[in-house]
Design a protein around this ligand. Structure first.
Ligand SMILES: Nc1ncnc2c1ncn2[C@@H]1O[C@H](COP(=O)(O)OS(=O)(=O)O)[C@@H](OP(=O)(O)O)[C@H]1O
Length: 328
């Protein structure tokens, strides 16, 4: 909060009133410079950890004319609904650089686990936002939970939905790598992936494999939302060209393209794009150790069998998506 106050003092907008009202053009055009400063703060203010960064753009209260414009808590207008291990954290962290986005840092699991708490509870956990800012959260499990599309639709039929998809085979191995890191004694990937290893019959109900049946899950969402309300992000391109993918997401959200290639650099040690050292900040920011893990080593024959298994499912998904994600 102290940082944003300094930023406000240092970079006064030409028309402070316009900064805090819902008048269009959206606030980003007015607070562009300011946000460069608050972005630095979000990475360097004491006690600003990953979760705290949901408060990267604190609510602004102005009284240049004696009047106050206060941020309020609102239900989200956009959700990152999946997929688990697709790159959802990276997407959320990158989007958070945008001054017109206010995102919850943790995964609230409202529509899948805490629905009984009601919409007032859900609203109460959202970060405060100004008019014109988009409130969002990410919970990757929404994409695969059967009840979720109807529940999300009951909250808002206009909500914008984002799904980060990744090669389902790599995604399954990533998922298993995470599971085994928490439960080291579980059986080998191979024995969980097959109902019968001799016949090679795949156990498609095993969660790491079932989540990758994207067409099946997508179908449920398309029963409630039009295709143009669901934006698909390539998890692979989010790594190879984060600015390109972010550009398309900002377009989808109706935002100016403010998060661009100038925000990223490729960290060779991490092997992933990270956020550049912002001006005035002590260090650049990469995602934590649980993102970009070394995967469990899997027999190549098993991988090939999984590729064969997913092939028709992927083709069906490409048709629904209207694009080929290039998974082998
Ligand atoms: N910039 C950057 N830095 C680090 N990691 C990145 C990045 N972009 C995408 N990814 C990929 O994100 C994968 C984790 O996905 P999620 O964040 O969706 O995981 S989770 O469902 O929230 O647990 C994670 O999967 P693993 O590599 O298997 O660990 C990464 O491949």
């Amino acid at each position: 909060m102290a940082c944003i106050c300094i930023a406000l003092l240092l970079v006064p907008p030409r028309d402070p009133k316009a900064l805090y009202t819902s008048s269009h053009p959206p606030i980003h055009s007015h607070i562009h410079t300011l946000v460069e400063a608050s972005y630095s703060c979000s990475h360097s203010c004491p006690g600003t950890g990953q979760t705290d960064r949901s408060e990267a753009h604190p609510e602004l209260e102005a009284n240049s004319s004696g009047k106050e414009w206060t941020a309020t808590r609102r239900l989200p207008q956009a959700l990152i609904i999946g997929v688990k291990k697709g790159g959802t954290r990276a997407l959320l962290e990158f989007l958070r650089l945008h001054p017109d986005i206010r995102a919850l840092g943790s995964e609230p699991h409202f529509f899948d686990r805490h629905y009984a708490r009601g919409l007032d509870w859900y609203r109460s956990i959202m970060p405060k936002a100004l008019d014109g800012q988009i409130v969002m959260e990410k919970t990757p499990r929404y994409f695969v939970t059967v009840e979720t599309p109807a529940r999300v639709h009951a909250m808002s039929k206009d909500v914008k939905l984002i799904v980060v998809v990744r090669d389902p085979v790599t995604r399954a191995i990533s998922d298993y790598t995470q599971i085994i890191s928490k439960t080291p004694n579980i059986p080998a990937f191979e024995s969980l992936a097959f109902k019968n290893q001799t016949t090679g019959q795949i156990d498609s109900l095993w969660s790491p494999l079932w989540i990758g049946l994207y067409a099946q899950h997508m179908e449920r969402w398309l029963a409630w939302f039009p295709r143009n309300q669901i934006h698909l992000v390539s998890g692979e391109r989010l790594i190879s060209d984060p600015a390109g993918e972010l550009g398309k997401v900002q377009d989808f959200l109706g935002l100016q393209r403010i998060v661009t290639d100038k925000h990223f650099y490729f960290n060779k040690t991490k092997g992933f794009p990270c956020l550049k050292k912002p001006e005035g900040s002590s260090k650049p920011h990469c995602l934590g150790k649980t993102k970009g893990r070394t995967h469990a080593s899997i027999n190549p024959e098993v991988i090939q069998r999984l590729r064969d298994f997913y092939k028709p499912h992927n083709q069906r998904f490409y048709q629904m998506a209207g694009q080929d994600f290039g998974w082998q």
